[in-house]
Design a protein around this ligand. Sequence first.
Ligand code: MLT
Length: 415
Amino acid sequence: MYAEERQQAMAQLVTEHGRLSVAAIAEQFDVTTETVRRDLSALERIGLVRRVHGGAVPASSLAVIESGLGERDQANTAEKGRIARAALEQLPPAGGTVLLDAGSTTGRFARLLPRDHRLTVITHAVPIAARLAGQPQIDLHLLPGRVRTTTQAAVGADTITALERLRVDVAFLGTDVRPANTAVVIDVLRASSTITLALASGYERVLVAGSLDEARALRGDGRVLAGEVHCARAPGFDLGNSPEETLSPRGTELVLATTNGAPAILASAEAGGEVLVAAMLNLDAVVAELAGEDDVLLVCAGTDGRASIEDVYLAGRLSAALEGDRSDAARIAEAVAASYTTPREALEASAGAIGLRRENLETDIAFCAQESIADTVGRISETVDAVAVLTARTAGARPRAAAADMGPATNAGMD
Ligand code: MLT
């Protein structure tokens, strides 16, 4: 069967079933999952299917691709609460005007607005408007337009025209990791280094949890708990977040919860597509994995919502090693990478290093700066109850080809 015939048959099958996993399609056509992913990308480009996490749906089933507000409200609740609390610091002085975007995180933020702070709030989100409507300190303006069921927010020409006339002090906008064929999560100091080394050292799986409490709930036989609070080992955990601590596995599964790296991995999992984890430690292996991929998104975890040098440095090194088109963001990352003579220099200069020095963990900086000492690449094999399960892929385990296009380097939640 020619590739075009196979792709046509695949599109037909996806349309008939409504949703199909990559594994099921691979079995049906007796081809590798990599071939299926490439075929689905080709079909997505011509608008016949849409890729979702682990599979594909017909292009017309937008409702399936985009999860509803209720569903999103149940996901990553701890992180959303933290973001909403942090965003409160950005409120303008009393009497100011804010724009609240629709979304589950902005919804939480609306719930936290202080009762003693006079504000004008403009929103297109019906649930947010309903929550604020009875609050005397809020001068509420609801934007016009057609209300979508999925987001429960007004959209369309009327909404845009009304927005164009407005001036606000601060806009609180929802954000996402955009869907990509392959997302590469980078948190050099230290989550992605720890994951890489744990899998290279013999842990069979790394279970990435959204919070320390969620990690604690996963405690069980053969499981080792690792996590940090401000870089220091979390209370009651077996390990902190130092990669070297994983060198001699004390179980079969490492359960990991960290401040920035873990949420970036979980957000990438939610966006769909293949998710890989990159560190300096496995740079060459990641480049080999990405060869032939035509839509790569580099997701820099950063530090507390801000870009950090060490992650942008690795994004730049990865971008420079791949062929194909780059976004401006990827070019900026390349320029950053080129301005350091060694990885160590970049890591030492980064925001991530500050907390490590404070906790007397500076040896981790030198350790994480080592280049390509592991040929293992962690990838999400499944997500179970908002926990991302990472397993190892060893370089050379799949055929290499020339890379084509390249998506933007981005900070998770900060495109
Ligand atoms: C994080 O996820 O924020 C980092 O990995 C923190 C750390 O270095 O422990």
